[in-house]
Design a protein around this ligand. Structure first.
Ligand SMILES: C[S@@+](CC[C@H](N)C(=O)[O-])C[C@H]1O[C@@H](n2cnc3c(N)ncnc32)[C@H](O)[C@@H]1O
Length: 367
């Protein structure tokens, strides 16, 4: 991953707006494709917006609610990207949550209506097709409605099929304005036999950087949006672990590569697990060197939250390793607390997947 150069985005031919930009996983992929330069990014979370700013520049970042941004003067753009946060089945949410999500969804559509990009890329949870928001998108495309001059292609794609070392599924929607040749989703680019593995993503780290710290370096300050935040940290400075109690370490030692809590001898099992063979197979699972990683979520540093134990070390993966698995280069800078940075990493679209989509869209726009 290191040594991979970012193309000079100033010279890139197309302009992109990144909505709900997070730390910039999608933007990093768009930049790396060589086709796009960012003209606006909208992100409400201050630490995530700071990370974005540290990597892509402060000038075009709006750190606030998209509802406040979309009513202002918006820049012209060729592509709008981003996924309105959506927790999946809206019938599980409260009325208030539903309203909020619909509200975010509407602001995304407002942006498309105002900017009229040639194409848009939307990413979302793999259950997105079952949500009200997806039905609302389809309805907007009908004649006479707000997106009537767009067509879409949509499917659930696996990040591994596009060069990521992570088996993460995302719903990807590509919309194209009707006066532009329709852009369909890209074909699978990496066959299952050639999927990148955990070893490909993080196998070189251990020898170079020992994990002996639990805290991020102190005294680092990043001033942005009139505030001072912790950072900016280099990627390798995120190679920090946690303080584990002896019982946790004993449990980790008993779990082999590819194993999980079911491998624990009776005396190391938590009382609530004893005699119960069902449940999520990933709890306290250990990653395998020779397979892609499971989805990196926002609390990957907690082994009890998923298959996050390092393939051979008796600890969860570090923030540095998680960022690598998400495809971020070692040159990427990070801002915020350990928890905030963890959330930024877990929320991101795998960079390789974003890059493959960006290249695909860029090639079509250039054809
Ligand atoms: C899934 S994350 C985006 C990840 C990003 N696409 C990436 O690849 O790194 C969704 C982001 O939407 C932001 N967000 C949620 N509500 C928002 C709002 N009303 N206005 C602006 N940003 C918002 C959250 O703070 C979060 O960072």
């Amino acid at each position: 991953m290191e040594g991979r150069k970012n193309p000079d985005s100033e010279a890139a031919p197309y302009r992109v707006i990144d909505l709900f930009a997070g730390c910039g996983g999608i933007s990093e992929g768009f930049r790396r494709s060589g086709f796009f330069r960012p003209v606006a990014a909208v992100e409400m979370d201050r630490a995530a917006a700071a990370t974005y700013a540290a990597n892509f520049g402060k000038g075009h970042v709006f750190n606030g609610d998209i509802a406040d941004w979309v009513v202002g003067d918006l820049p012209e753009a060729d592509v709008v990207t981003g996924g309105p946060p959506c927790q999946g089945f809206s019938n599980l949410g409260s009325k208030r949550e539903d309203d909020e999500r619909n509200n975010l969804w509407q602001r995304y559509v407002d942006t498309l209506v105002k900017v009229r990009p040639k194409a848009f890329l939307m990413e979302n949870v793999d259950r997105f097709f079952k949500t009200h928001q997806f039905q609302a998108l389809l309805a907007e495309l009908n004649s006479g409605n707000r997106l009537a001059d767009y067509r879409i292609d949509a499917a659930v794609l696996r990040a591994t099929d596009y060069g990521s070392a992570q088996l993460r599924k995302r719903t990807i929607v590509i919309g194209t304005r009707k006066d532009v040749d329709q852009i369909f989703l890209p074909r699978v680019q990496v066959a299952e036999t050639g999927w990148r593995t955990v070893k490909d993503a993080i196998g070189d780290i251990e020898a170079a950087v020992p994990v002996d710290r639990v805290d991020l370096p102190t005294g680092r300050e990043f001033e942005v949006f009139g505030k001072v935040l912790p950072g900016a940290y280099d990627a390798h400075e995120l190679h920090v672990t946690r303080k584990y109690i002896d019982l946790s370490r004993q449990r980790f030692e008993a779990i082999p590569e590819g194993g999980n809590r079911h491998d624990l001898p009776f005396e190391l099992q938590a009382p609530c697990w004893r005699g119960f063979r069902g449940g999520a197979g990933d709890v306290m699972g250990r990653l395998r060197w020779e397979r892609p990683s499971v989805t990196i979520r926002t609390e990957f540093w907690k082994p009890e939250k998923g298959r996050y134990l390092h393939p051979v070390e008796n600890r969860a993966i570090t923030h540095y390793e998680a960022a690598r698995i998400q495809g971020f280069p070692d040159t990427f800078k990070w801002c915020g607390t350990k928890t905030e940075i963890g959330r930024q990493i877990g929320n991101a679209v795998p960079v390789e997947m974003a890059e493959a989509l960006a290249r695909h869209i860029g090639e079509h726009l250039s054809a």
